[in-house]
Design a protein around this ligand. Structure first.
Ligand code: NAP
Length: 280
């Protein structure tokens, strides 16, 4: 448990804020507006992907927000159809073009897609892109311990972060321990639990009442204290502000354990087991 962090320190020497902003499925003019609102609320880490189809909107929001470019970290992801080495490098260059950036702050492999068996090539391409200065931080998403071990063995380079499904119904204690051992930051997708968010569950509702905060803030504070960087998405300015406001209180150890106790064996939001689920 991490009692009182103020930012995340990654193994490559960079930092990331405690809470980032998920941009899927924000798109079009409304999407740009929601992202500008998030930047104005104080978010300094935007999570997108080629497959979200909104990299241009992310770039547009960055420019329109007037937040200094160097204050914001933009993360994107290589899709399954671009895993082959040269396609992966081209994918990154195309993402940079759509984002309107010379350099991508964070680039990840979106899903390992083990049946394609090309994710080691995508990782080698990311290592190269980092050496060439096209990408600052390289990482992965939805990787298991076996996938992580393989790319580290093949390249000698450990991802700085792994973005995985993680919320109170699926707290991923084993993967968090793997990450800690390997020096990898745990990032959480669907951190609230999306449509299954346990806002009314006893430990969440009780902590919200005890600390005079919203259930969403309790869940996001739980992430902070278990060492996970959540990426909540909201198109609503009020929720955007609340979701970022998690440093003014701390959960007790008992509250953290009680929320972790909401874990269910079938807690995944859909059948997103990275050993079998694949996305192109
Ligand atoms: N790497 C991957 O494979 C992967 C997979 C899925 C997602 N992601 C990333 O993770 C991000 C977040 O995931 P997600 O959108 O699936 O799940 P989420 O952030 O857990 O949930 C978002 C939903 O919760 C609502 N919400 C947000 N804040 C709330 C609050 N304080 N109280 C009540 N409701 C609230 C939002 O509605 P409103 O917008 O109406 O507020 C939205 O419907 C995505 O945007 C994406 O960047 C990555």
């Amino acid at each position: 448990m991490t009692p009182n962090p103020t930012s995340h320190h990654l193994s490559d020497g960079t930092t990331a804020p405690l809470v980032g902003f998920g941009t899927y499925p924000l798109s079009g003019a409304d999407g740009v507006e929601a992202m500008v609102s998030a930047l104005h609320a104080g978010y300094r880490y935007l999570d997108t992907a080629v497959n979200y189809g909104n990299e241009e909107e992310v770039g547009e929001a960055l420019r329109r927000s007037d937040v200094p470019r160097e204050e914001v970290r933009v993360a994107t992801k290589i899709p399954g159809r671009h895993h082959a080495h040269d396609l992966a490098l081209q994918s990154l260059r195309d993402s940079a073009g759509r984002l309107g950036l010379d350099r991508i702050d964070v680039a990840l492999i979106h899903w390992p897609n083990p049946s394609q068996d090309l994710y080691p090539q995508a990782w080698a391409a990311l290592v190269e892109a980092q050496r060439e200065g096209l990408v600052t931080t390289i990482g992965v998403s939805n990787f298991t311990e076996a996938h992580l071990t393989r790319i580290v063995e093949e390249t000698g380079v450990t991802p700085a972060l792994n973005q995985i499904e993680l919320h109170p119904l699926f707290p991923q204690a084993e993967m968090r321990a793997v990450h800690e051992r390997m020096g990898i930051l745990t990032q959480a997708w669907s951190p609230l639990g999306k449509r299954q968010a346990p806002f009314d569950a006893d430990p969440v509702a009780a902590a919200a009442a005890a600390h005079d905060v919203t259930p969403g803030q309790v869940i996001l504070r739980w992430h902070v204290q278990v060492g996970s960087m959540p990426l909540p998405k909201s198109g609503t300015p009020e929720r955007q502000r609340a979701n970022l406001d998690v440093e003014g209180f701390a959960l007790t150890e008992d509250e953290v354990h009680a929320i972790s106790g909401l874990a269910r064996p079938d807690g995944r939001l859909f059948d997103g087991d990275p050993d079998v689920h694949e996305e192109m």
